[in-house]
Design a protein around this ligand. Structure first.
Ligand code: DP6
Length: 323
């Protein structure tokens, strides 16, 4: 039996498209910030008494369909370790409010850590990152803390994350703005697949990412929060242009998303530097220097309410305990 705690991450240069669906090899590199406030804790127990895998998420037993991706990782761990018992998986998402920012990134990183350790495997961080990748692409990066790069590689061996700056020693912060969401979500998995297959801009996106990766690494070295934020904002808009330009076109934005984008632009026009990024949903994350936090929180509280804002510092890498 083992337990792992992994934090979620938000991409500053996005992963949006796979080269290999089965192995989850991405089309491009990507780079993210691991967040302190959002994490998943998962316990895995391989037990010879069980007659099937049992997966609990936030105390709810998942049915076979919902548990499929989890069982896929358990099967990989059984293959690697030679253990052939079924497992009980208990996973809890820690998010400060009910409005979901629960992420497959922290979930599959914690699962990879707990399952491999419970099976007696002692994987290196690199191999843990490769295993987490098989559950969800963004989970590849949640093995490490701070600023993390996922090198796309070309196959299962060469596609893994590596830390760029684990202990972030400059005052970058991220504010999660939890936007109201009622509409059924298009999963990132199918959204990116249709973008790759149908957006006429996909080739341009590959070039954008290559250029942004070089630029953001320089900005990180220079501890230049404004430049990091600017690159992240442009990159996010260009990712979302792939959804708008797919066939059929779609968007993850809603009216509130646009309201928050406008508020960030207003703040900037008033000399308070901050930048936005969005993933496969309407929530907005704002990037800024800690010294601007109060002004940004005040302005956004007036628009959306204080209880829908969560300030987060950079967070740590995965921790695993054997029990
Ligand atoms: C917009 O990692 O959720 O958050 O690999 O199909 O599980 P799968 O997709 P997922 O996609 C994340 C997309 C993103 C950008 C990013 O995190 O890089």
């Amino acid at each position: 039996m083992a337990t792992a705690k992994a934090h979620t991450n938000i991409a500053l240069v996005k992963y949006w498209g796979k080269e290999n669906q089965e192995l989850i090899i991405p089309q491009t590199d990507s780079l993210s910030l691991t967040l302190n406030e959002f994490y998943t804790t998962t316990t895995v127990n391989f037990d010879d008494q069980l007659t099937s895998d049992q997966v609990y998420v936030d105390k709810q037993l998942l049915d076979q369909q919902d548990a499929k991706k989890v069982v896929h990782i358990l099967n990989l761990v059984r293959e690697l370790s030679g253990i052939n018992y079924f497992a009980k998986v208990n996973s809890t998402n820690h998010v400060p409010t009910a409005a979901g920012l629960a992420s497959s990134a922290s979930a599959f990183a914690a699962l990879a850590g707990a399952a491999s350790s419970a099976a007696g495997l002692k994987l290196s961080s690199r191999d843990l990152s490769r295993l987490a990748r098989r559950g969800s692409g963004s989970a590849t990066r949640s093995i490490y803390g701070g600023l993390v790069e996922w090198q796309k590689g070309t196959d299962d061996q060469s596609s893994f994350a590596k830390p760029i700056l684990e202990d972030v020693d400059f005052p970058i912060e991220m504010l999660a703005v939890l936007v109201n969401t009622k509409k059924k979500k298009i999963s990132s998995r199918s959204g990116m697949q249709s973008s790759v297959a149908t957006s006429p801009y996909y080739d341009a996106w590959r070039k954008v990412v290559a250029r942004d990766m070089t630029a953001i690494k320089k900005a990180i070295k220079a501890k230049d929060i404004d430049l990091i934020g600017h690159i992240a904002e442009e990159n996010a808009l260009r990712m979302h242009a792939l959804t708008l330009s797919a066939d059929p076109g779609f968007t993850y934005f809603n009216a509130e998303t646009l309201t928050i984008i406008k508020a960030v632009q207003d703040l900037r026009n008033n000399g308070i530097n901050c930048y936005y990024t969005m993933d496969a949903g309407p929530n907005v994350k704002v990037i800024y220097d800690r010294m601007n936090r109060e002004k940004i929180v005040t302005k956004l509280s007036n628009i959306i309410g204080h209880d829908r804002l969560v300030v987060s510092q950079p967070g740590p890498g995965i921790k695993i305990w054997n029990e």
